[in-house]
Design a protein around this ligand. Sequence first.
Ligand code: SAH
Ligand code: SF4
Ligand code: F3S
Length: 439
Amino acid sequence: MTFGCQMNVADADWLTQALVSRGWAAVSEGEAQVFVVTTCSVREKPEQKVYSLLGRLKSHVDRNPDVFVAVGGCVAQQVGEGFWERFPFVRLVFGTDGMAMVPQTLERLAIHPDQRISLLDFLDHYPERELTQDGAVGAQAFVNIMQGCDNFCAYCIVPYTRGRQKSRASDAVLTECGSLVRRGTRELTLLGQNVNSYGQDRHGDGTSFAALLQRVASIPGLLRLKFTTSHPKDIAPEVVEAFGQVPNLCPQLHLPVQAGSDAVLKAMGRKYTRAHYLDIVRSLRAACPHIALTTDIIVGFPGETAQDFEETLSLVKQVRFLSSFSFKYSDRPGVRAEKMGLKVPEEEKSRRLAILQDLQNCITAEELARTVGTEAEVLVEGRSKMQDSDVHCWKGRDEAGRIVNFPAQGDDLTGKMARVRILAAKKHSLLGEIRGDVW
Ligand code: SAH
Ligand code: SF4
Ligand code: F3S
């Protein structure tokens, strides 16, 4: 059961494969003897979700006392053995650095019902995990290139829950990417909390992120390469230029801005100004005019005035992000912003969020509408919810990450590439018709 960011999704995928290769099986909730939950602590809401899920899982333990739960990820790192008291059926807590040990540990716990184990230590190197070489792979895969974060943005708990930044050796990244592509993966996403500072910590092997991108991009057979997340302060000119030069690097970038006012950016400790951010956007568009930009925004950071918020709106209008994730500021235990004064009242945060999201929805709709009449290459992710009466409908993404739905007769297209002509734009997706062969 997975909550949180793509790093948690990638961790959970790895753990599933590692357990399956040891003879475990993924089953429905009613049949499960062990529940593995990967958790997120970035705001209060996802943290609360974990407690309500554990409350619900208790009913399975009440029916069968052999059932137990393993809690991993950021809430596990934050709360640690505190879980023992509130939820005695939690018998394993593990942080990201403990992940590599989880398969063996679960086996041990299954044999010794009296034991409880915590794997919460931060290691001083990137903990390599066993590679699962033989299992089936999907058309899309995530590959971790680093752990942790050193930025300590004033609002953020991640540096405390994921530890200091540790770059993975470039050869290990290349080996995993090469193995995935050989086995059929067509799209890779390189993952880290701040990929632009890859290699710049003392655990790096001297390879820069730009150099790593070039090496991964040149793996024969790789159709699409993406990466996330990028901190604006560290994006190198070589990475910006790569968008105009590397053919399989997708023309899309998630570049969290967080706020449009210099005063708020400074208080957040983001280490760039509005002008610097807009300069990066200009150079990205000069390198790759059709690049699609997306972002994260926090409203109601402590001290954010009505004027500061206006500056966030004006930045959104100026950049015209294809989409954005926006959040109300949420106090996290132990971070600098928790102790800051001038907290914005809850109702005001909600009001600002609604205004920002309305603006973004308009921009998203206008940006999507601009693609009507063009052709796109779509990597099919699966069946679409939208169903025609007698033809199957498929859902995928174009090279910029826009969702495209289209009907097509015949075989399962999951994992295939299709050329699609865009016929119409909906609120958050596009509708098209297939043109020619799929591959
Ligand atoms: N490493 C990424 C962000 C990871 S957290 C980066 O630096 O861009 C994902 C997003 O959650 C952040 O970009 C931020 O917008 C949001 N976020 C983090 N802490 C938050 C908090 N305390 N309250 C509200 N939103 C928060
Ligand atoms: Fe959090 Fe900032 Fe690190 Fe992103 S860069 S994970 S927002 S501390
Ligand atoms: Fe959440 Fe941890 Fe990711 S706090 S966003 S799961 S790094």
